[in-house]
Design a protein. Structure first.
Length: 80
């Protein structure tokens, strides 16, 4: 985790930049973060915002789309 924080800090807390630079070389599977139209990346970005006052709260995070279940219909329509 310390390595991730250090890398993210060097990229000015830009999660999307970290993702782009580390997707291939890390060997990690980002499927869970990519699901639901990238909701995991959105949540991670909001949780790691460099300005603490702009970060979402734990309560807000629990209501984020990343934690909401999608119906089969919603899932199928997003694949189109």
């Amino acid at each position: 985790m310390d390595a991730f924080v250090t890398e993210l800090e060097t990229m000015n807390w830009d999660v999307q930049k970290w993702r782009a630079e580390n997707r291939e070389k890390s060997g990690h599977d980002f499927t869970a973060l990519d699901a639901n139209d990238g909701a995991g990346w959105s949540l991670l970005s909001q949780l790691t915002h460099p300005d603490r006052k702009k970060r979402i709260s734990a309560e807000q995070a629990m209501g984020h789309a990343f934690f909401r279940r999608r119906t089969e219909e919603e899932f199928c329509s997003s694949k189109k």
